[in-house]
Design a protein around this ligand. Structure first.
Ligand code: SAH
Ligand code: SF4
Length: 387
């Protein structure tokens, strides 16, 4: 193998891509299926792929080397029910993946971009700006790593709480970045996760959260899968939404509402509205009434998330009293609404706080929160932990 051959991230390859790789290596087609089966189980180290010939394992190892991210930190919160993984890629960019465990659910919250270009002023990721797109392989691997950890009963030596599922049941695109501003990776990930011979995850267990990029929502509907679409509305008037979600100036509320209706009609799936509730900003009765009207028109479910305080954000979280009044008012107006818990807040793993408290790269510095975390280990993502 000449040195000029670029490294391949096996998780970035579709089934066709794996077949092409094997053809390129002069191998029979069934080798691609064998390789795929290992990848689905979270194993990407060819040395462990015992049903492949040794010579092929060595050739694959030469191609796959250096595509694995490094697990820089692992923090645990909520009594072992929330695990935050900080992954760093060979180019120094870092992202976070959060695993949330419930009695019968294991949800992975994945990132699609390092940073985000959308600039929502209450969001820590938005404050940091856009760094780069993640590849499909980098997005898929976040789920695979979490799944393999559950199958093995622990992450990084930390055992999973009793009763936690032994595999990932739900995936939410709610980590860093705007999934519909990275459509190729988002679509490839959804297809990989849903593939019955792949991860075989029900489309109903997948939620894509977006600020409301209209062309991207249409593209998702084109997939013909009953994915859950969650639109981060946060404001029910254009004036306020222009401020909270700057992309509203390009896709104003009326257009977002229309495409949400279209999505529901084409997929037969109820859509969700996300509402980050910010004290004295979007918690008024007027906002509640207009939100209720939109939700009723769309027959959408509203999820309210009290704003997580974030460094550099001038706004504050809403008072308990205002939060209750807001939720009650929307509910009384006949819309379905749920107040979400603030999972992971004590490990900076809650929404909007990812990567807030630290910077990586030159002069690497770990987050302040890590020092206080129950468990931090620095190690290479070891395939041994995933088998
Ligand atoms: N970019 C996509 C998905 C990632 S953000 C989107 O915006 O929908 C996931 C969710 O976290 C969004 O609903 C976002 O509004 C919310 N969020 C961002 N910052 C937050 C904060 N400080 N407190 C609570 N929720 C926040
Ligand atoms: Fe980006 Fe979502 Fe944060 Fe807005 S809320 S800046 S779209 S990650």
């Amino acid at each position: 193998m000449s040195q000029a051959v670029p490294a391949i991230d096996p998780y970035a390859l579709t089934r066709d891509g794996l077949a092409a790789l094997m053809a390129d290596l002069g191998e029979p087609a069934y080798r691609a299926e064998q390789l795929h089966a290992w990848l689905v189980r979270g194993i990407d180290d060819p040395a462990q792929m015992t049903n492949l010939p040794v010579a092929l394992r060595e050739r694959l190892a030469a191609r796959f080397a250096h595509s694995r991210p490094e697990l820089v930190a692992h923090t645990v919160a909520d009594d072992g029910h929330t695990h935050k993984l900080l992954l760093r890629y060979p180019d120094g960019e870092a992202i976070e993946t959060v695993l949330m465990l419930y009695p019968k659910r294991a949800t992975v919250c994945i990132s699609t971009q390092a940073g985000c270009a959308m600039g929502c002023p209450f969001c820590a990721t938005g404050q940091a700006g856009f760094r780069r797109q993640l590849t499909a392989g980098e997005v898929i691997r976040q789920v695979v790593v979490a799944d393999a950890a559950l199958r093995s009963g622990g992450i990084n030596g930390e055992e999973m709480p009793a009763g936690a599922p032994d595999h990932v049941t739900n995936v939410v695109f709610m980590g860093m970045g705007e999934p519909l501003a990275n459509l190729p990776a988002t679509v490839a990930t959804v297809q990989w996760l849903h593939d019955p011979e792949g991860f075989n995850l029900s489309a109903r267990g997948i939620t894509v959260s977006t600020v409301g990029l209209v062309p991207g929502i249409r593209r998702l509907a084109d997939l013909g899968l009953p994915l859950t679409l969650a639109v981060s509305l946060h404001a029910s008037t254009d004036d306020l939404r222009d401020e909270l979600v700057p992309v509203n100036r390009t896709h104003p509320l009326a257009e977002v509402e229309a495409v949400m209706r279209e999505y529901r009609e084409r997929t037969n799936r109820r859509v969700s509205i996300e509402w980050c509730l910010i004290g004295d900003v979007n918690d008024s009765d007027e906002q509640a009434d207009r939100l209720a009207a939109i939700a009723r028109r769309l027959r959408a479910h509203v999820n309210v998330i009290p704003m997580n305080p974030t460094p550099g954000v001038r706004w504050k979280e809403p008072s308990k009293r205002r939060t209750k009044a807001f939720v009650d008012r929307v509910s009384r107006a006949g819309a379905e609404i749920t107040l979400r818990d603030t999972r992971g807040r004590d490990a900076d793993a809650a929404c909007g706080q990812l990567l807030a408290s630290y910077t990586l790269g030159a002069g690497t510095r770990l987050p302040a929160s890590v020092g206080a975390a129950e468990r931090v280990d620095l190690l290479q993502l070891d395939p041994g932990m995933t088998s």
